[in-house]
Design a protein around this ligand. Structure first.
Ligand SMILES: [Zn+2]
Length: 136
């Protein structure tokens, strides 16, 4: 189901809870809502569509990767950049890391530990921040 984008910064400032296999609807709604906003959005966290669950979705070229309970376990090479967010107006400055390593589960709840760099790493950092209630 395509969901409206939450813009309430008080709701968005709350930490999300771990997701479980019961949260399949969250995953499906994230996929549908990202697809519907793909002209202006490259990633989404579940709280942006109203679910306080630790699920993010990241667009890597044409593929949408769902990460359940993602955790950034390593980061290297900080840099300053500017980002926008579908939930916020305008762009804001932030510090990101060029290379990260992430632990997460896929939609079959299989565990992964993968390295990401560049733009994909930046999107993952932005979306995992959302899970901790951090806005840029
Ligand atoms: Zn955002």
């Amino acid at each position: 189901m395509i969901k409206p984008i939450v813009k309430d910064t008080i709701f968005l400032s709350r930490k999300s809870e771990p997701a479980t296999q019961k949260d399949n609807n969250v995953i499906e709604d994230l996929k549908d809502t990202l697809k519907a906003n793909s002209d202006r959005c490259v990633g989404m966290a579940a709280n942006m569509i109203g679910y306080k669950k630790r699920v993010i979705i990241v667009a890597v070229e044409m593929i949408h990767i769902v990460m359940i309970n993602p955790k950034i376990v390593k980061k290297a090479y900080p840099y300053e950049t500017e980002e926008g967010c579908l939930s916020l107006e305008g762009v804001r400055k932030t510090i990101r890391y060029k290379e990260i390593e992430v632990e997460y589960s896929d939609t079959a709840f299989k565990k992964h530990r993968d390295k990401f760099s560049g733009y994909t790493a930046q999107i993952i950092q932005h979306e995992t921040d959302h899970l901790d209630g951090i806005l840029i």
